[in-house]
Design a binder for this molecule. Sequence first.
Ligand code: ADP
Ligand code: ZN
Length: 311
Amino acid sequence: RYVVGIDLGGTKIAAALFDSQGNIRNRERMETANAKTAEEVVQRLVDMTRSVAGGLPLSGVGLASPGAVNSKDGIVLHGTNLPEWTNVPLKRWMGDALDVEVQVVNDANAAAWGEYVRGAGKGAETMVYVTFSTGIGAGIVLDGKLLLGATSFAGELGHTIVEPGGPACSCGNNGCWEMFASGTAIRDSAAELMRSRSSAIADLAAAQGEAMSAKHVFEAYRQGDGVAVQVVDRAVSYMALGLANAVHTFNPDRIVIGGGVSKAGDQLFPALRDRTEQMVMKPYRGTYELVAAGLQDDVGLIGAAALFHAS
Ligand code: ADP
Ligand code: ZN
């Protein structure tokens, strides 16, 4: 039997058909832009599932959705990228239409599960997954089980507060971790310093015809640019601070780092490992590996489909 995994993004929906070995057998993508109501989007999801399955028997459909999700009842409470989505009963609507079991999970939690089952988390017992992207997403696998929590909101490490009264976050609070350690934060703190100091960061971005972002900060860092060195140092400290807190909380044997910022590779990982080790208490030192994510863009739909695999 087969499973369909769906990644419900704000601008695109990606779906794939998985065989029982977890191999992708077929895939489809579609834009969400001109779909208006939740009913319309769900109808598209149903059509897409049928089309990608091509008549093969399904044992489940797993959906990764951004925003707050009630995984127990399969309801998307608020779609962050789909503003009109409030209390959409995805599991019931899709389950009824397709006569198949449907599971809905937050996208960061789906990605964590994907890495655990098929990526860089394979073989771990307790895994902390963090994606440093535009914001910070996270998911926890505890003793081989995806941690959902009482209302399935577990793993929002990006919104743990690291500085009371700090910069305002989109969540309504101040001083969240993602205000200090996300790609956006890295870009913003570089821009701030560049108001009073010259730096190669803007030129590097311009030369590539791109808007300045964390990527260019890391490129300038490689060249020893003073502003970039200061910004990356500070960002790595904040990244490590959050990871150390997660180590103290969950005692993972593996930490998996994904997201665009993780593409900085050797510019990031050795320093991040060192700094995290310095910040964890002695008994935790050497108890975990800190590694780069193994799956790329498909991580969400892989994780959503893998909800149907016994771990
Ligand atoms: P999204 O948040 O849309 O999922 P990504 O996971 O790609 O997007 O994260 C985007 C962030 O990753 C941006 O801040 C971007 O500057 C940063 N980024 C992309 N490539 C690199 C790189 N090679 N090194 C460091 N940061 C990068
Ligand atoms: Zn926040």
